[in-house]
Design a protein around this ligand. Structure first.
Ligand code: OOG
Ligand code: MG
Length: 261
């Protein structure tokens, strides 16, 4: 177990890197013995710092839930993080690249819960029963680690590269709908750059939400009613720069977009 003072120092370093848009070496370079509990403890300490400045928790995210993402990042299991109001971009709004290090975008299915979801024991059925609707979601990830290179423990500490996110405004009910075959098209500057369907995420995106709820349950937390949950990038992440306009179309749920300025 890491000392509390080390956890606090690491959280401070990641927090400052995000605030100043500068990168750092990955934590495990200096702390090769960091374990999973330590990694999530650093993430919790980071969240504590941000919330002490007035940010509010609006949801959670699962990451590295598709083979495309796992292959892209060279890792082999999902990770979980949180979403803050300060990181939400309004649909069609601007995202300032000067506040970020090396942003990339991911096409995601965002779940909005109508009821609390509490693990352990959550499964696809429990997730769908608790889901009010899903929305098109674009996550902007921005690893605080140099060249986007990390291992699972380092990325967990860094809140799984969470930076910004935007969701669309056309809710899609999950009843009568197969999210596995629900398609997504990600466009950059009007050109389609990535395509996929919900099944790319662990066979069914609700599986990612169930795993997240079970992960939180083991830590005495739950997914509250009303929370938004990003279920993970369906395709590899796409790099963006100032001047880019990114739009995600989610079959049956319209689209969502943002401009990088
Ligand atoms: C880690 C976060 C991945 C996703 O949707 O797979 C993620 C990263 O690739 O930096 O958010
Ligand atoms: Mg993501």
């Amino acid at each position: 177990m890491m000392r509390d003072s080390t956890i606090a120092e690491l959280a401070q370093r990641l927090d400052e890197c995000a605030l100043q848009a500068r990168d750092t070496t990955k934590i495990t370079d200096e702390h090769p013995d960091m374990d999973w509990a330590d990694a999530y403890a650093v993430q919790d300490a980071l969240r504590g710092r941000q919330m002490a400045r007035g940010a509010r928790l609006v949801g959670y995210k699962a990451g590295l839930t598709s083979f495309a993402k796992m292959r892209q990042m060279g890792v082999d299991s999902p990770v979980f993080g949180y979403l803050l109001d300060a990181h939400a971009v309004s649909d069609g709004g601007d995202c300032k690249v000067s506040e970020l290090i090396h942003p990339k975008v991911e096409p995601e299915i965002a779940f909005v819960l109508g009821r609390e979801l509490k693990g352990p024991g959550c499964h696809i059925g429990a997730v769908l029963a608790a889901t009010d609707f899903v929305l098109a979601g674009i996550e902007v990830i921005d690893s605080r680690y140099r060249d986007f290179k990390f291992d699972l423990k380092s990325v967990i500490a860094d809140n799984t590269s969470a930076a910004r996110f935007v969701v669309g405004g056309q809710p899609l009910a999950v009843y009568g709908r197969d999210l596995r075959t629900t398609g997504v098209v990600l466009e950059k500057n009007g050109r389609p750059v990535a395509f996929g369907a919900g099944a790319a995420v662990l066979g069914h995106p609700a599986t990612a939400v169930a795993m997240l709820a079970n992960h939180l349950g083991a830590r005495g937390e739950s997914l509250p009613a009303g929370s938004v949950v990003l279920s993970g990038g369906i395709t590899e992440a796409v790099a963006v720069a100032a001047g880019d306009h990114v739009c995600l179309k989610l079959q049956g749920a319209g689209s969502t977009s943002l401009c990088f300025v």
